[in-house]
Ligand binder design. Sequence first.
Ligand code: ARG
Ligand code: ZN
Length: 847
Amino acid sequence: QPIRLADYTPPPFLVEGVALTFRLAPRATRVTSRIRFRRNPDAQAQDLRLDGEGLRLISATIDGVPITAQPDATGLTLPGGDLPDAFDWAAEVEIAPEENTALEGLYMSNGMYCTQCEAEGFRKITFYPDRPDVMAPFTVRVESELPVLLSNGNPSAQGDGWAEWDDPWPKPAYLFALVAGDLVAHSDAFATASGRAVALNVWVRPGDEGRCAYAMDSLKRSMRWDEEAYGREYDLDVFNIVAVDDFNMGAMENKGLNVFNSKYVLASSETATDADFDNIERIVAHEYFHNWTGNRITCRDWFQLCLKEGLTVFRDQQFSADMRSAAVKRIEDVLSLRARQFREDQGPLAHPVRPDSYHEINNFYTATVYEKGAEIIRMLRTLVGEDGYDAGVRLYFDRHDGQACTIEDWLAVFAEATGRDLSQFARWYAQAGTPRLRVTEDWDEGTGRFTLTLEQSTPPTPGQPDKAPQVIPVAVGLLGPAGDEIMATRVIEMTDTRHSLTIEGMPARPVPSILRGFSAPVVVEHAVTPERRAFLMAHDTDPFSRWEAGRGLAREILVAMVRDGAAPGPDYLDALAVTLSDERLDPAFRALCLRAPSEDDIAQALVDAGETPDPMAIHTARERFQRAIAAHMDDGLARAFIAMETPGPYSPDARDAGRRALRLAALAYLSRNDGGDRAARLFAGADNMTEQMGALGALLQVGAGQSEVARFHRQWAHDRLVVDKWFAVQVALAAPESAVETARSLTRHPDFDWKNPNRFRSVLGALATNAAGFHAPGGAGYALLADWLIQLDPVNPQTAARLSTAFETWRRYDPARQGAMRAALERIRATPDLSRDLSEMTARMLG
Ligand code: ARG
Ligand code: ZN
């Protein structure tokens, strides 16, 4: 039976305080809990359910009186009628962190204890009402011989073999954390705006302390930024970050004790790429920002996940835009939205940003909840304006601090602060699917009247056949024939199915620039000539739209190339060459313009046009497209490759990273002309991982680089995170006909540790990104992935379920591929004792 939003009821008992003691041992950790319960005056009389999974109950008392509780598989029930209005529950349970391979609850990673409780992992630690609307202050005592013992809040006392922590801020159980290990700290300090001194630590394994500086610097900048942009200060005396090698996701915002996948903490110029540095900055900020949007104000129930995630992603996007180039950041965010969220929204896994039912909540930590959730906040800000947004946010913090809230609470503060009716806007949370925006133009030469007509429609998605019109902010500007801006950006607020905008008295036909800044997460359908796109690519004043014009052109050319083997025309190639060498443009922006749409983008474009994508034909067309660019622009590329060198010591800052991005984009094309000579030289001389990986990728893309692959492994065999890259690049860039064999043989490599999620993803996740390889005729890619998902599921269902999304596009393809993908999904579904995670995913995908 699914869990439904409509069935929500308030908790019958609230928790006034929790005291936990952990006596840590790998196979027999004892957890004692003392929980002060009080009847909830706002709830109906009900039994009290304590969640608990995989716990050996040693003893339990109510107000000191032993009880004989009989737990079932998911917890135990205390009959409500027998319970006093306030009472102390005390229990002792035993758990085995060493045997916990699912990496949820308390588990071990390289001899270190750590926890992951979001969403429902706390119930694997002790009996508790494990739901986010039960918030309580926690105290924790940890006993272990390990030298570093951490939990949430402030340290309160410590001695030989123990430490105590006190978290004064009421929190739901999913924000609980504990870490114990042989760790070293990279430490620093921060003074908040009001003068609180905060000790900052990034805890890592001995030997890694030299790779924490960037994470620490990102943390300090995040703390300052949240004070300046949102008026939010940190609220404890310490802030700890711990890097863990075995982690299912990116990172976790536990109160005062963030736990991170080590991939998003550890960085040095030799071992981390510019993209890694960028991710570290973004994720450190994201988790830090959760302290207010997520922790101080949390979610009433898991249907409201986007309340904290959409908002916090939007906040981390704003932060990155301030730290780096706002235009480049926006383009990157849109690329990721389209690659992940649009793809999800157009297939069987489409769901509303606020889902209304689920079987396993871990399956809903999706691009839709996170990234479309962030787009909704961005639209809201566009609609109510900066001042309205700030006023609404201030009201949200004032009114709801310390509460567990809903999307209704969030929208109400904006309605109140701005006097706007947001009831139609709320549809963005309820309706799945990507709206289509059809644009038509009308020009009356005689009167100089220009009319723009917009029509919206949202295609059906699972369980939602009919859609109502949404509020779509469409940012529009007009350019004159000479490329001058004749109407500055204005936002059309579309609420009906159809909307027209008429401008009178134009001296000549204007060129509209539509959806500037990507003002709404929609697909624009606007039939325009290639000349028009090239014009916008050269003249649009909005950097996003300028990039988008070139992108649209590239997509159309690629679709034509797939269809009938056409070749890119000189117009596009010349326009791209002009962009490449336009020194007024940020190198990072030029690098984005040079990047060809991915194979999956092209497949999406073909599906949009009502065609069946052929992954091999797409791959071949994209390869010819890139060769045509390389041939046409050889000189310009060679000049950029030299001009974009970054002399001096490596710096991860946006300026140097942008130059390297352009340099490496040029190198990838040049390798198609020089057979990889420049790339081989760069690989041999590179002193940083960005260039080393860039060079290796360029070589692999032209079928070279085998000796470099071997050298790379010899050089980096001791470094887990770099070895992950080594696995991934070989699979991701293998030729279509050898990708599956490459992946298969790498799963037999002695370094392939399939129980480590990063390593598993580096081979099987990378296979799914190699579209032509994964979809190679015969279905060997599907079978290999299915085999591994079946093997991983009993060990780590969360990661298995996540990677199963590789199959979500199955209905796009021809009957043979459909049949083979479906057979793989059915084989997974038929596996005995399949997890709830993977059962739900396969059921939804099969429909
Ligand atoms: N709240 C975390 C973040 O946004 C994600 C944790 C998700 N973990 C999970 N097992 N579902 O950074
Ligand atoms: Zn988050």
